[in-house]
Design a protein around this ligand. Sequence first.
Ligand code: FEO
Length: 395
Amino acid sequence: MNKKLTDKVTWVGKTDWELTRFHGDEYSTRKGSSYNSYLVRDQKTALIDTVWQPFDKEFVSRLKKTIDLKKIDYIISNHNEIDHSGALPELMREIPGTPIYCTANGEKIIRGHYHQDWNFVNVKTGDSLDLGESKLVFVEARMLHWPDSMMTYMTGENILFSNDAFGQHFATESLYNDTVDQAELFAEAMKYYANILTPFSSFVTKKINEVLELNLPVSMICPSHGVIWKDNPVQIIEQYLKWADNYQENQITLVYDTMWNSTRKMAEAIAAGIYEADPSVMVKLMNAAKEDKNDIITEVFRSKAILVGSSTINNGYLYSIGGLLEMIKGMKFRNKRAAAFGSYGWSGEAAGQLTKALAESGFEIVNDGFRTLWVPDESVLASCAEYGKQFAQSI
Ligand code: FEO
């Protein structure tokens, strides 16, 4: 159901309660998501973003109940990944000549996706569109998180339509940040930042500072996923500045996979050693083969240091760890320390390869890693605990 946010602005998006996987299998969405689209009605009318293609017919049909489509003067496409531009073909069948305002990169992406010669108007930072009493002012946000990304600021209502920035994959009926479970909301906002925006943190800092310098009043931040930040909207901006600044908590996370529990036993003994050395540190263990990969990335994001462990198999490490290392490499984490560990039977290459991979991903390597032959006995487990102690003391 479409929902009025102010006299001039109506949410016309889609809440997707059932979504569990996003971007193929790349992102888990245990709390669903939403594709937020906004209808802005002044003397002129603009539609900001659409929804994901599977909901295109529902979107257009609901939009028709709110407005005669022919009265839409402009379409603003802040970002053209398919979850926001997916309903354009269905919509443009009805209003084919309506101008689509987007960045030059946005036009390329829309053309590449839909192969249509629609009426594109390219905009840059500072360009604006007069709607009557209010104006839409465009702010390019390149690489936040695609080359085409931009935000749109509405004067008068003082609303920032931020698209993916400040979003969360979080389905809610109420729409607003102050009427949902706060622990769930911030967990999802952090997971979203950790998994989607971490590689672009330097752009986040730069863009936020650039926008803050404009001293624009902000009554609401309306992202393209999840809640609208209405209660103290600046809180999510402040949070992003912290997350973008090589974020870490007093946490050490051990991520491992294990064939016959030897590497698991090592992980548990190392964790005990870390805690013994520093009871103030939060220690978490995650089996990469059993835990959600995006949750693991979020915990790595929160950590000041990580330990990655794997049994050696076929002269290498286990595939769950391989997949995770590939994700970690893409995140471009900075200011984090790491070391490796693992059990082996004969050749024992895993720990060395993990150390190398972690170094190549930008982690500061604390030591050469710790290996155990076959199943660790009490004395080896004591050595693991000692290894954990030394690791904690070196952080
Ligand atoms: Fe929500 Fe980058 O699309």
